[in-house]
Design a protein around this ligand. Structure first.
Ligand SMILES: Cc1ncc(C[n+]2csc(CCOP(=O)(O)OP(=O)(O)O)c2C)c(N)n1
Ligand SMILES: [Mg+2]
Length: 345
């Protein structure tokens, strides 16, 4: 992790070793830009009607809002290696994972607006997403993604299907018992499971030093005989290199892997978080590692993209994201007679 920046001579070899090439990196850039613009557009709509007094029940998007701005490289580095038949179980902070897994951006946005065109006809909101066609789901229950993904992995193994299940989680979640329980079973049964921990240093307002006995979780995997990687989560190439090994291993029947990706969220834990637990200087320090300009810089250094190509990729990504949010805004609300259908009541 945090290797010195490879020289111009070493960079192509390192990229090839990570299982990437020019086309793949241009696509990773476009995807990260799309996720960034999508979340920024959602953020703007979310804040409508919520100032000067923050009221979660006001405005066109109600309830809580957890953005992953800054963490795009983790989602893209992992999910570009997955097929529609692979399962991703995400967390309360799920938009980047959903978009990288190929979930329809319009239906994702519509779910947040509570619209009938949403993934769950507007009844789930951002913390209860379900896209059957992409085998993607999330939950607001911290630590729930591990056993859910392990269940999917067991089903693949039992049916002799060469699919993989990925559990995303935060570093805070990995302090829950479900992490250790899942590691034990996944190792014992050699399940096709990849656990990706996004270590963004905080669980809500709690810094990890105040909640974790050890600085990193990956040794916890190793004591369960599970290989583990510690990667730079602000670098899509570093994430992809580890994810490719992990996903291939799982697909080929060699069992689970844990990837711990150190990253940072530029926004608060949730929109409306006063953020007094960290300094402006700290945020600015991590902004210098922003995965999007970092990848753009490398593409330019290699001569694989110039300003015009990058601008066009950004334009196309922004158009897709804005179209999705506009679709959500214009969609109708569900008919009240549907209120008790499709829910546990
Ligand atoms: C079982 C459970 N306990 C507590 C919460 C409240 N909660 C929501 S998010 C969160 C912090 C999660 O931190 P982390 O796993 O590091 O993820 P991050 O928010 O940093 O992405 C907490 C405590 C919850 N939703 N579920
Ligand atoms: Mg965290």
């Amino acid at each position: 992790m945090w290797r010195p920046e490879p020289s111009d001579t070493d960079l192509p070899g390192w990229i090839a070793q990570a299982g990437l090439d020019r086309e793949a990196l241009l696509d990773a850039y476009r995807q990260m830009c799309m996720i960034r613009v999508f979340e920024e557009a959602i953020r703007d709509r979310y804040w409508a009607g919520k100032t000067p007094d923050f009221n979660m029940a006001a405005g066109p998007i109600r309830g809580e809002m957890h953005l992953a701005v800054g963490q795009e490289a983790v989602a893209v580095g992992v999910c570009t290696l997955l097929t529609d038949a692979d399962v991703v179980v995400s967390t309360h902070r799920a938009h980047h994972h959903a978009l990288a897994k190929g979930v329809d951006p319009g239906r994702l946005a519509a779910e947040m607006f509570g619209k009938v065109t949403g993934l769950c006809r507007g009844k789930g909101g951002e913390m209860h997403l379900f896209a059957q066609n992409k085998r993607f789901l999330n939950s607001g229950i911290v630590g729930a993604s591990y056993p859910q993904a392990a269940g999917a992995a067991f089903s693949f193994q039992y049916r002799e299907e060469r699919n993989v299940a990925v559990a995303f989680s935060g570093e805070g979640a990995a302090n829950h018992g479900t992490f250790s329980e899942t590691l034990n079973t996944a190792s014992l049964w050699q399940l096709p499971l990849v656990i990706v921990i996004e270590d963004n240093l905080y669980a809500d307002s709690t810094p990890k030093w105040a909640a974790q006995a050890v600085n990193h979780h990956y040794p916890r995997a190793q004591v369960h005989n599970i290989p583990a990687y510690l990667v730079d989560g602000m670098d899509v190439i570093d994430v992809h290199a580890a994810a490719e090994s992990a996903i291939n291993r799982a697909r080929d029947g060699y069992g689970p892997t844990v990837i711990e990706a150190v990253c940072y969220r530029y926004r608060g834990h949730f929109e409306g978080d006063p953020g007094g637990y960290r300094t402006r200087e700290e945020v600015e320090l991590w902004e210098r590692l922003d995965p999007i300009p970092r990848l753009a810089g490398r593409l330019q250094r290699l001569g694989w993209a110039d300003d015009a190509i990058l601008t066009e990729l950004r334009r196309a990504a922004a158009a897709e994201a804005v179209q999705a949010v506009t679709f959500a805004e214009k969609s109708p609300l569900p008919n009240p007679v549907e209120a008790l259908t499709g829910v546990f009541a």
